[in-house]
Design a binder for this molecule. Structure first.
Ligand code: SF4
Length: 727
């Protein structure tokens, strides 16, 4: 529901109500309740039936006519309603009986009762049900008073003046309420005369602050003006009262509905003109009047003298309504002292206080709160600590109790401006302080990067995290954290300087320490683990095991000789490692890669036999022969006498490193891990094999069925292993 916009901006142009010699009352025009009612009515959409207002939506014929043009008419008679019609309850509210009758008619009820009036209904019903005699100070013929009376079975005593008090008898329990627009001075007078009417007396000041403010504001400017224009419906009780008040100070008061009803001849010889308007007068009517009067000044149409003096409207806002001058004056009399005692029952408020309140009414834009003060409090949506999409109705409802922060004693409409957001901020700040003291982690969403770190929001408060405190490792790009919610430890808490510093690194470190301890407890030598190669050094490779790095020494990377760790692994490789040892105190883990692989001599023992002819690579040449690698990590010696069938002086004359040669296994000594090989014997075997083949070709034997594929003569040890595995 959007509020109707009547463009109050024109006030900005007149400096808060002043333009040459025209003064517009600071508090005038639509009040909160009327604005809300008109807005609800304007936005009500018809269901299947017609739309009516129960009585005029507000006491202003112009607004009523505007609604009629939209098809929203004043209900002539309740009997004319059909099922499915819609009835909007006007801002003055109605009795319980009327609501029941409408429900019986099965119509849609749209309640536009002003929340303040609704509050009175609830109080009256509550006290009536608890055995109190209800007294209403107000006009018995006013629909608001009739509506209120309808919440105590129409049993209320209605008092409009002191005369009515004379014949009253005494009661056990009395509760006094008033029509919202009653004049405060009159209310005090009547309430004072009712003191002593019962043993138990509950006085509820239900005068609406908005009405009260308009009256004070009108009185204030009427004293400075030569003529006053009071704008509003002629049937509007609050506008009538404004006109009465203005006349007390300024006899030339004109009570009209619109400016065109004013006979400008009456403004001759007027130096200062005041304009005010009732709570049911739309702002555009005030604007229209102001502009028309301004034009007259500029054109000199009615010889209204254009003073150069700027008349200052009293804009100072009451810092504490409970301390206003009226009360001080009243205290000079006996009656005044009674009132003074009564006034003291109201809270004394100061801006910045945090007090308890009870929700009276919630709209999509604001929350009205009973704070036990003369005026109710208003929390605008912007002060609720909710996002744009959330409605105040989603988080609060009538009757909810909450703490509120006082932003302003008077928001300009006579209400106390409140904030829940500030309370939350204060509470949240306390919470952060407690977490700081107790070293308890908090949660915060990182919202942006700044110079030297990032900013996180912790319960609505900005917290700085230096770059060095983001992680245990150096973070090059801080923006990767933006949008993430992280656990943080508060390191510095200086709310007075608006300085809160936190560390994510401390949390990460703590978690790592815990994980590390648990991990170190869980592993033992001989375990096989998976890890990621984190970095390489000359002496080995560091393997990241998740929460701790282990070291695989260069000698443990491979069964063969390794010149550099990079010959075996590279950073980022995922590898299996064998745990050699665990030092829990120093948090050191020694690892081996090679021990996860088969031991070459085990393969030799199982797969290589004396007499096998296999392929190998010359890896070293020595004066007495050559070492030939027949398997990763296994070299055998070919003695110089076994290199060829002739005598040689130097091995290098026949072989060089990296030559691939065929060798015959002559001897295997597993204990001393020595293998004797012979190239000469392998060569002879080969020649013999070739001769046999040749002989077979010349003298073929009878054909045989071959069941297995013949193996080739000279196999590498890898091929031997593979073949055996396949068998
Ligand atoms: S004057 Fe006060 S009680 Fe009456 S409608 Fe306006 S806000 Fe509500």
């Amino acid at each position: 529901m959007k509020p109707v916009n009547y463009e109050r901006d024109f006030r900005a142009g007149i400096g808060g109500g002043i333009f040459l010699n025209i003064i517009v009352a600071e508090h005038s025009g639509f009040c909160f309740g009327v604005k809300k009612a008109v807005s609800i009515a304007s936005e009500t959409k018809a269901g299947h039936g017609r739309i009516f207002t129960y009585g005029p939506i507000i006491h202003n014929n112009i607004v009523v006519k505007e609604l009629e043009q939209k098809g929203i008419n004043v209900l002539p008679n309740i009997d004319e309603l059909n099922e499915g019609d819609t009835v909007i309850i006007r801002s003055h509210g109605v009795s319980k009986k009327i609501i029941d009758m409408l429900n019986e008619k099965k119509v849609n009820i749209v309640d536009a009762t002003c929340p303040y009036v609704d509050h009175i209904h609830k109080k009256v019903e509550e006290y009536f049900n608890n055995g109190y005699q209800i007294i209403i100070i107000g006009d018995k013929d006013h629909p608001e008073v009739q509506g209120i009376n309808g919440w105590c079975d129409n049993s209320a005593i209605i008092i409009s003046n002191l005369e009515c008090v004379k014949d009253l008898k005494t009661y056990n329990k009395v509760c006094i309420v008033s029509q919202t627009t009653v004049n405060t001075a009159k209310w005090r007078e009547i309430v004072s005369s009712l003191i002593g009417i019962s043993k138990e007396l509950v006085i509820l000041n239900t005068i609406c602050a908005a009405a009260d403010q308009r009256q004070k504001s009108a009185a204030e400017i009427a004293q400075k003006c030569d003529a006053m224009i009071v704008l509003g419906g002629l049937n509007s009780s609050n506008t009538k009262k404004l006109a009465e008040i203005c006349r007390q100070f300024c006899p030339k008061t004109f009570y009209i509905e619109r400016i065109n009803q004013l006979d400008t001849n009456n403004l001759k010889n007027i130096n200062t003109l005041g304009i005010t308007a009732g709570a049911s007068t739309p702002d555009w009517i005030i604007k229209e009047a102001f502009e028309k009067m301004s034009e007259m000044i500029e054109t000199g149409e009615e010889k209204v003298q254009g003073e150069t003096e700027v008349k200052e409207n009293n804009k100072s806002e009451d810092k504490d309504i409970g301390e206003d001058k009226d009360i001080e004056n009243e205290e000079k009399t006996d009656q005044g002292s009674i009132m003074s005692e009564y006034e003291k029952t109201f809270k004394r408020l100061s801006e910045g206080d945090i007090i308890k309140g009870k929700v009276i009414y919630v709209t999509d834009d604001e929350v009205t709160v009973d704070i036990g003060y003369k005026a109710d409090g208003i929390i605008p949506k912007s002060e609720l600590n909710i996002d744009e999409e959330t409605s105040p109705k989603d988080i609060l409802k009538s009757g909810d109790e909450l703490d509120v922060y006082i932003l302003k004693i008077n928001d300009g409409e006579g209400n106390v401006l409140l904030s829940k957001r500030r309370v939350d901020a204060v509470k949240n700040m306390d919470y952060i302080g407690e977490c700081f003291k107790g070293k308890v982690p908090v949660e915060g969403e990182i919202i942006q990067t700044v110079k030297g770190g990032v900013i996180a929001k912790v319960k609505g408060n900005s917290v700085f995290i230096p770059a060095s405190q983001l992680d245990v490792k150096y973070v090059k790009d801080l923006s990767i954290f933006v949008g993430k919610t992280e656990r943080l430890l508060i390191m510095t808490f200086e709310p007075a300087k608006n300085r809160i510093v936190a560390s994510r690194r401390a949390i990460v470190e703590d978690e790592l320490n815990k994980k590390r301890s648990a991990f170190l407890e869980s592993i033992k030598p001989g375990d096989i683990l998976k890890g990621r190669v984190d970095r390489l050094a000359d002496f080995g490779a560091f393997i990241d095991l998740g929460c701790i790095d282990g070291l695989a020494h260069i000698s443990e990377l491979s069964w063969t000789r390794v010149k550099s760790p990079s010959d075996v692994v590279k950073v980022g490789d995922i590898v299996e490692v064998y745990v050699l040892s665990v030092d829990k105190e120093k948090e050191r883990i020694s690892l081996s890669l090679k021990r996860t692989l088969p031991q070459p001599w085990d393969i030799v023992k199982e797969k290589v036999h004396v007499g096998d002819v296999i392929e190998g690579k010359v890896v070293r040449i020595v004066p007495f022969g050559a070492f030939v690698e027949i398997q990763d990590g296994v070299d055998g010696l070919v003695h110089i006498s076994q290199i060829c069938d002739r005598r040689i002086n130097r091995v290098e004359d026949v072989l060089k490193v990296n030559d691939i040669v065929k060798v015959k296994v002559m001897d295997i000594n597993l204990e001393s891990r020595k293998i004797s090989l012979s190239i000469k014997e392998a060569s002879e075997e080969e020649n013999k094999g070739e001769q046999d083949e040749e002989a077979k070709t010349q003298n073929p034997e009878p054909a045989q069925i071959q069941t297995e594929k013949p193996e080739k003569d000279n196999l590498t040890i890898g091929e031997i292993v593979q073949n055996n595995a396949n068998k």
